[in-house]
Design a binder for this molecule. Sequence first.
Ligand SMILES: NC(=O)c1ccc[n+]([C@@H]2O[C@H](COP(=O)([O-])OP(=O)(O)OC[C@H]3O[C@@H](n4cnc5c(N)ncnc54)[C@H](OP(=O)(O)O)[C@@H]3O)[C@@H](O)[C@H]2O)c1
Length: 172
Amino acid sequence: MRLAANVVEREEGHLDVLVNMPASPVPCATFMSTPVEDVAAVLLTNVAGYVRVMHAFLPLLELSADPRIVNVSSGLGSFALFHDSSRIESRAGTPLYGAAKSAINMLTASLRATTSRYPQINSADPGMTATDLSGGQGHSVKRRHRRDHRVCYWRTRHSTGAYRDGDGDLPW
Ligand SMILES: NC(=O)c1ccc[n+]([C@@H]2O[C@H](COP(=O)([O-])OP(=O)(O)OC[C@H]3O[C@@H](n4cnc5c(N)ncnc54)[C@H](OP(=O)(O)O)[C@@H]3O)[C@@H](O)[C@H]2O)c1
């Protein structure tokens, strides 16, 4: 991570937007049969990984005139969507992944609320996208890039501490 930050520092001197999105696949085994070591490995990437990226890039963001962080979350991290039976998030059956994404949402909200040191910081849900992580299900990566652009640059341009997808605000 430090190496990546060094490259940005050398090439650009600062960073305007950090799109923070480390994730490793969640084991397919049922919850009870997933070894705790595998759970810890998932949380290390899917939660601690975000912190590691922020630690590495925050000094470069502080050199920007308009710095922002977009923590890529998921609708599966929303307690409100989980409790809405009309939403697919209530039926996803991915407790570990959802727990990690809820943690990312709380990280976003509480960093915003508890310190003025951080730049604009928002959580974003890119929607189901056909990547290795989703097993190829969802909309194309090209379409997602357009949505991500909208979420990262337009919808979050003048806001902070928000949680959004390409269509607007999501309930936490
Ligand atoms: N795909 C979906 O349907 C979907 C829906 C909602 C939210 N999301 C979220 O979107 C983000 C991107 O996921 P994706 O679908 O684009 O999957 P992806 O292509 O597999 O991207 C995952 C990223 O995490 C990086 N990564 C993996 N292990 C890491 C580690 N230990 N430390 C740091 N980085 C690591 C990968 O880097 P390498 O390429 O170098 O391995 C890759 O850039 C994730 O946060 C995911 O939870 C995805």
